[in-house]
Design a protein around this ligand. Structure first.
Ligand SMILES: [Zn+2]
Length: 334
């Protein structure tokens, strides 16, 4: 195999370490990640990793380096692997593709993608739209892919869907492996994409309360769940009467967002319901920072991943759990 068969070989080790060093301490004070003490001093380097600067905390008497407590802590792969993986993730590559380009195992690729997606979601936790907001809904097939315990094949609990099988008529539902996706697009700035169990009035009201500031102007289609919304200045177009725009009233931006979301999700060749909110959240991140290049977006993700607080939550997948709106109805019943 030629030496440069993998792109990450072109990265220079010193440059990578210097870049991450700058990124980690850019806006954060140089302090001990264990006891948050500022009383730290340099403490040489590691013999097996000479470029990684080491520091010692004079309070807890322990040493740390630029990577302690971050997502890259104790990784056996080089930083170049991680940076390239983040870059490819922003170009919406699948985890298998990333694993192949980097020359790591697919399970490593999958774990990295999941952690990095979680780190990106930390930017999207409290996003609320205002101004003029368009909304639309979509139903996406999502089953139980990869959810078997201990891996391997599992009983689906249903007949295999088959390739391009015609779906059941009517609206989808979480229990029918076809959860709803609601997109909220502000004409001023920002988008919010949510996965919900169904499309009932209560679910949509709850989803709207999370995504859109009360009192905003809302343009939708004529679905009953939107018409029942309270707390917004609402107007709609009637698609059944072939009305798609009436002056300012239309939802073309929301529909356009779905035309971008569909090919984005197609890359992954099927999703599980459990992971759908994570993928949607990352798509939302990419859309909300779409004026940046993929390298700049990757820089944002790396910056978040270098925060010990964010990275420990990202490893546990807590950001996706926060964005998981499938239990909206359950929350209301309690
Ligand atoms: Zn300390």
């Amino acid at each position: 195999m030629p030496i440069f068969s993998h792109l990450h070989q072109l990265f220079h080790v010193d440059t990578c370490h210097a870049y991450l060093h700058r990124l980690r301490w850019k806006d954060r004070p140089l302090q001990c990640p264990r006891c948050q003490s500022d009383d730290v001093g340099p403490w040489g380097t590691y013999h097996y990793r000479p470029r990684c600067k080491r520091y010692r905390c004079r309070d807890c008497k322990r040493t740390f380096n630029d990577l302690t407590g971050t997502l890259f802590d104790r990784s056996k792969r080089s930083l170049a692997h991680w940076m390239l993986a983040t870059f490819l993730l922003c170009l919406s590559c699948s985890s298998r593709r990333i694993a192949r380009e980097l020359g790591v195992h697919i399970r490593t690729g999958y774990r990295w993608c999941w952690w990095l997606r979680n780190a990106a979601l930390s930017y999207e936790m409290h996003r609320q739209l205002d101004g003029t907001v368009e909304a639309d809904d979509l139903y996406h097939t999502a089953g139980n892919k990869g959810q078997a315990k201990q891996g391997g094949k599992k009983s689906l609990g249903r007949r295999a869907r088959g390739r391009r099988k015609k779906r059941e008529p009517g609206r989808g539902h979480y229990d029918k492996d076809r959860p709803a996706i609601i997109a909220w697009v502000s004409r001023q700035r920002g988008v919010v994409v949510q996965a919900t169990r169904d499309f009932t009035v209560r679910t949509v009201q709850k989803a709207a309360d999370l995504a859109v500031q009360a009192g905003s102007r809302l343009y939708t289609d004529s679905a009953g769940s939107y018409r029942a919304l309270q707390g917004y200045v609402h107007d709609f177009v009637n698609h059944t009467k072939k009305e798609y725009a009436r002056g300012d009233v239309h939802e073309n931006r929301a529909e356009c967002l779905f035309s971008l979301l569909k090919p984005y999700l197609r890359v992954f060749r099927g999703l599980s319901k459990t992971n759908l909110p994570g993928y949607l959240g990352f798509f939302q991140f990419l859309r909300n920072y779409r004026q940046l290049t993929a390298f700049e977006q990757a820089g944002l993700i790396l910056y978040a991943a270098l925060d010990p607080a964010i990275s420990s939550r990202a490893r546990k997948g807590e950001f996706v759990k926060c964005l998981d709106h499938f239990d909206l109805l359950q929350m209301q019943r309690n």
